[in-house]
Design a protein. Structure first.
Length: 220
């Protein structure tokens, strides 16, 4: 199976039968909608915390789908077949990460303007929200794949996974919120550069870390 075929297969599975992608999108939309209702009609406060809310909700929404990255294939034996195929484990890992971003990260990117609207951000900040989500979601998919590969064969791996992943995604929350906040305040703080650098490093290095985790769990 080629990388493109594997990516297409995983995307179809993610959307089939109300899969993890739809759950992640529903979670993101629901939380972003409920937060303004809980805080009340305070536009100034909403704008001050909007960046943090959007990035935290995005990370937590993606977290719902990490456990499904390899688990179904591992349980039915498909992962061993794929590992024995022509693709290297690094290529397999990169394909899984790409499929996760296309199935989860890109839809979150597409609905992020709704989050900006719900949090009463000014119209010119929608592009900034898109920028923060676009720069942060690749790192979320990459780091999540590492955690999923490490907890693949663990009992209650879904409970251990957040403990591994969330500390590594702290920079995404900090810099993503910083991008939105700096724009609203009219200042420059370099958050976009740091988030882009973190995402680039995560995407570049994660296939090797994921491959190592898969080798350990598959005994390859």
């Amino acid at each position: 199976m080629s990388c493109l075929a594997l990516i297409g297969r995983d995307i179809r599975l993610a959307f089939r039968g109300g899969g993890s992608t739809l759950l992640a999108l529903a979670f993101f939309t629901t939380v972003v909608t409920l937060v303004p209702l809980g805080i009340g009609p305070q536009p100034g406060l909403l704008r001050a915390i909007a960046g943090g809310i959007i990035t935290v909700c995005g990370v937590l929404a993606a977290l719902l789908s990490f456990d499904h990255l390899f688990q179904a294939d591992f349980e039915d034996g498909s992962l061993e077949v794929l590992a024995a195929g022509p693709l290297s484990l690094e290529s397999l890992a990169a394909s899984k990460i790409a499929a996760h971003w296309l199935a989860t990260g890109f839809p979150l990117l597409a609905i992020s303007p709704f989050a900006a609207f719900a949090l009463e951000l000014p119209g010119n900040s929608f592009i900034v929200v898109l920028k923060a989500v676009a720069l942060g979601t690749p790192a979320v998919s990459a780091v999540g794949a590492v955690g999923a590969s490490l907890t693949l064969a663990a009992k209650r791996g879904g409970l251990i996974l957040p403990l591994i992943v969330l500390p590594l995604l702290t920079p995404v929350v900090i810099f993503g919120a910083g991008i939105v906040r700096s724009t609203l305040d009219g200042v420059t703080n370099g958050a976009a550069f740091y988030l882009a650098a973190y995402s680039f490093a995560a995407v570049l290095l994660s296939p090797f870390a994921v491959a190592a985790g898969l080798r350990t769990n598959l005994g390859a």
